[in-house]
Write a protein that binds this ligand. Structure first.
Ligand SMILES: [Zn+2]
Ligand SMILES: [Zn+2]
Length: 245
């Protein structure tokens, strides 16, 4: 009865969904989850996904398990490991955009649920969860930092500490996804973060949380700061992964 009075609308495609589903079946099946893909064991880039037309799950065979991508062979990152839940495209991309830029706070709960249900099994234990901070100017404009909502939810789920203000953005930057060149992306975030005064991560394993991993420059820059402040291990979890062009 209630369903007829208040039909459920799928937040992604806006179609009426008859069942009490948060995301309709079509939109859910549209999400490309990464838990079955062969990933670089360090940075988590899905082998073969972005550079071929092979977008079915035929890479399921774990013949590349434990392998590193070209960037990680050259030791490009100082974090220990990065993992993402899904590819930044289709319905999940729409939800992130709605959540980040259109004030759809309820999408945050839905996205957090997706993170919790698909939490990567091969992340090591962590003591603290730290969101990638927004610059204060962006925060004023948007009123909330989406990564804070993910980070606090993950910490609660995992029983670890959540450190919302440990990492600060001291300089505003252009969104990495809008920059097409890797060197430019590195330059864009270089020196953009610092650790709050009196804060130390001595002997802690830290998990950085963000919504999109593009080239890894942001995560790497944050990792550098956390390691400098005493963390013995930094891992990264992002909701999605975008192609770094
Ligand atoms: Zn839908
Ligand atoms: Zn890699």
């Amino acid at each position: 009865m209630l369903d007829i009075l208040f039909p459920k609308i799928c937040p992604s495609c806006k179609k009426v969904s008859l069942k009490n589903e948060k995301l309709c079946k079509t939109c859910l099946s549209d999400i490309r989850f990464l838990n079955n893909w062969n990933l670089c064991s360090k940075c988590g880039v899905p082998f073969g996904y972005f550079d071929s037309n092979n977008k079915d799950n035929s890479m399921l065979e774990s013949d590349s398990a434990g392998h590193l991508c070209g960037k990680c062979i050259q030791n490009s990152y100082c974090f220990e490991k990065a993992r993402s839940i899904a590819i930044y495209e289709g319905s999940i991309r729409d939800l992130i955009i709605g959540f980040k830029y259109e004030g759809k706070l309820s999408y945050g709960e839905l996205l957090l649920e997706i993170i919790k249900t698909n939490f990567p099994e091969d992340l090591d234990e962590f003591d603290s969860v730290v969101p990638v901070p927004l610059h204060i100017d962006k925060l004023r404009h948007r009123e909330y930092n989406q990564s804070v909502i993910f980070a606090s939810g993950i910490a609660k789920h995992n029983g670890s500490k959540c450190d919302l203000f440990g990492l600060k953005r001291i300089r505003d930057t252009v969104p990495q996804i809008e920059i097409k060149n890797e060197n430019e992306r590195r330059r864009n975030v270089k020196g953009a973060f610092s650790i709050s005064k009196d804060k130390s991560y001595k002997d802690e394993s830290v998990l950085i949380v963000d919504d999109v991993f593009t080239s890894g420059s942001t995560s790497d820059e944050c990792s550098k700061m956390l390691l400098k402040s005493g963390a013995y291990k930094v891992q990264v979890l992002t909701l999605t992964r975008a192609q770094a062009m």
